[in-house]
Write a protein that binds this ligand. Structure first.
Ligand SMILES: Nc1nc2c(ncn2[C@@H]2O[C@H](COP(=O)(O)OP(=O)(O)OP(=O)(O)O)[C@@H](O)[C@H]2O)c(=O)[nH]1
Ligand SMILES: [Mg+2]
Length: 164
């Protein structure tokens, strides 16, 4: 008898970084880890998931950079974060009002991720250097406004990520 097994490989990362195209995921990972992912001012720069490591206080943390979150990619993202401890949702603060199409997908991914209560979800609002007043968004998770350009807000985020 021949049996067919469907094996799903989910790479192990501590922190999985997801978000819409061009929101600043790779820039954030590059800034924190010192790695050199491809960064550009157009969408779909990151074509496939990639792991980046960072050592903080003698502990090693692995970040996963992911391709842009679009409806067609939701299933792939779901597989990628199965072994993660933290899901970091990165949004461009200048594009918040354009989130309608992927909002339900994000909520679905959050629901799946939160099935394990030991896991944490946080939002990062990027590019705050581009706006005068921060958008008023209400989300039941920690929110970290940051600017890679002005090097603002990163320390607060790192404190959250690397808290034991
Ligand atoms: N002004 C400003 N620009 C930023 C900031 N963070 C990222 N960017 C710019 O935003 C653009 C997109 O950055 P990426 O890091 O490639 O975005 P991404 O989310 O990885 O993009 P995809 O891989 O295509 O999904 C680049 O031109 C970055 O320099 C920020 O805090 N402020
Ligand atoms: Mg990228």
């Amino acid at each position: 008898m021949i049996k067919t097994l469907n094996l799903i490989f989910s790479p192990k990362a501590d922190i999985v970084v997801i978000g819409p195209p061009n929101s600043g995921k790779s820039s954030l990972i590059a800034y924190i880890t010192g790695g050199l992912p491809k960064i550009a001012d157009y969408p779909f720069t990151t074509k496939s998931p990639r792991l980046w490591t960072y050592v903080h206080n003698f502990s090693r943390y692995t970040f996963m950079d992911t391709p842009p979150l679009i409806p067609e990619a939701a299933q792939e993202i779901n597989v990628l974060f199965r072994r993660a401890k933290i899901l970091l949702i990165v949004l461009d603060c200048t594009q918040i009002e354009k989130l309608d199409t992927i909002k339900p997908i994000i909520e679905e991914l959050e629901e799946y991720f939160e099935k394990d209560p030991r896991r944490k979800i946080a939002y990062v609002l990027t590019k705050i250097d581009k706006i005068k007043t921060q958008p008023d968004i209400s989300i039941p998770h920690p929110i970290f406004p940051v600017s890679i350009e002005k090097e603002e807000g990163i320390e607060e985020l790192k404190e959250f990520l690397f808290r034991e």
